[in-house]
Design a protein around this ligand. Sequence first.
Ligand SMILES: *Cc1c(COP(=O)(O)O)cnc(C)c1O
Length: 401
Amino acid sequence: MDKYSSKELMEIEHKYGAHNYHPLEVVISRAKGVWVWDPEGKRYLDCLAAYSAVNQGHCHPKIIKALKDQADILTLTSRAFYNDKWPIFAEKLAKLTGKDMILPMNTGAEAVETAIKVMRKWGYEKKGVRKNKAEIIVMENNFHGRTSTIVGFSTDPVANTNYGPFAPGFKIVPFNNVKAVEKAVCPDTVGIMVEPIQGEAGVVVPDDGYLRGLREICDKNNMLLTFDEIQTGLCRTGKLFAFMHEGVEPDVIIMGKALGGGVFPVSGIAANRDIMDVFTPGTHGSTFGGNPLACACAIAALDVLIDENLAYNAETLGAYFRKQLIDMNSEKIEIIRGKGLLNAVVLKKEAGKARKYTTALKEKGILAKETHDWIIRFAPPLVIKREELDWAIERIREVFA
Ligand SMILES: *Cc1c(COP(=O)(O)O)cnc(C)c1O
């Protein structure tokens, strides 16, 4: 095959690929752990980790081995038959989440759709809400994916302009406001769906007690509490799931991203039997959901998170990272926030656009991505070492000086 330069590849993509993204001007052609390389051989430290889908680091040898081994044996059966990997993955994930059962899908948005379906079906069949009147409470500035139903309850005009008409049945309230949720509850409310920390909104961490307040509303009104842990889950914030910081137990957990170890799209929901059993044969499904190749990768991906104690690494290095950023005392920075290794730098208005800084960081060998025009997220793979983080901090300091 011909070898293309970064410039050529970007031109080809621009010509033939739809323009639904605005990537930083860097082409990645190889990666290992926290490092990635462009075709010219320049090395960068990945501080995005594919939006937290490569928590285990790029091309983790155990996950790649699982992929290769399984690829030679069996890749896809469909759920028309049993296979020998899905049961093992289901048991492992159920035990880790503390829930009875798992429903497997592929992408995050599909898992969110699955959660919406289970909440509604539970509402009609177990709670007894009026036919086709089920309501789910969601938050302002949410990000739950890109299907037409999901963008229909996004409050970001960039995500939903000209994609209507949208599905009804969602009530949007301000994030981090228990009272607003309480006021939105009606007899047809089946539950609340929320990110424990809003990732795409710019790593917005709610006040202590917020998730507990939501739990109390759900208990009082017979509603399901659903946490979208697609970005915050699987050790990213310093615990296996972000809700564990508050010790609040959700009814439905939505997972994706790092569940496939950055190798394969794997997503799913976890819930107890009394909720999950509203799904009966034929009422929901996915051709690729639970496929043996995906399950083999996911089993290895979960093993790596636990065996390498990545929650602890995220917690300790995350706290260290935030302290280093704060100690920079940069006049350009409004606030630094986050949990574990999910962090964001919010720029002051007068500091200019975030893109200017992510471009400068890229020149110094650090890949981070802006979210909105004034926020930069720093979320490296959780396998990062203290020395590598120090290397990054040195360069971040230069850019914000
Ligand atoms: C990324 C993300 C999704 C969507 O996942 P896809 O795999 O892109 O469909 C949903 N919710 C949250 C919180 C996310 O970060």
